[in-house]
Design a protein around this ligand. Structure first.
Ligand code: SF4
Length: 183
């Protein structure tokens, strides 16, 4: 069975569906036939607005870092670290890609982020980059932000993910590809 990852825990999809059904019954959030298309669309808008609000809130908490655009953190295969993103983060990034005039992105043969431009070395959707790209800095730039300083924002992203019926944090390249295909 496919295993769904949510935060530091692993739960099965079946267990999650059961949990959600229980939550809906407890707070009146849906009928026996599930939420209407309109309410689902409204929940989607609210969730994506929350992701953007989290990014805006993070901007108000500047960290003393000196990024010199080495793009080391964008070289996933080299660093062995791939950003994990929620469904809302992937959707926001996909919208950023489309806003740049692209309909799709190519996987990089070198294992770098698909949004790292192969010639310019710049992020192709910087304003829409995921939370991890906004909080993880290489050691040369000062190192990652202290998780405790942004934990409340991580929790907000997790709640937005639940609103989107997401599956918790997933590797960015796959989540982005899926979000682009669903557009
Ligand atoms: S989304 Fe942009 S900033 Fe983040 S890893 Fe990819 S290229 Fe780098």
């Amino acid at each position: 069975m496919y295993t769904c990852i949510r935060g530091p825990w692993r739960v099965t999809l079946g267990a999650m569906a059961k949990s959600r059904r229980g939550a809906a019954a407890g707070n009146g959030g849906g009928s026996a036939r599930g939420p209407s298309a309109a309410s689902a669309a409204e929940a989607r808008r609210a969730a994506l607005a929350e992701v953007l609000a989290v990014y805006a809130e993070l901007e108000k908490r500047p960290a003393e870092r000196s990024c010199t655009l080495r793009t080391e953190c964008c070289q996933f295969r080299l660093t062995g670290r791939t950003p994990m993103v929620t469904a809302g983060e992937a959707e926001v990034a996909a919208r950023g890609v489309r806003a740049s005039g692209r309909r799709s992105v190519e996987a990089r043969p070198d294992g770098a982020c698909p949004l790292l431009h192969p010639r310019t070395g710049r992020c192709m959707a910087y304003a829409a980059r995921p939370f991890g790209c906004r909080t993880h800095f290489c050691e040369a730039a000062g190192g990652p932000r202290d998780r405790s300083s942004v934990l409340d924002l991580i929790r907000r992203l997790e709640r937005a993910d639940e609103m989107l019926d997401g599956c918790g944090p997933r590797p960015f390249p796959a989540a982005l590809q899926e979000a682009l295909e669903q557009a």
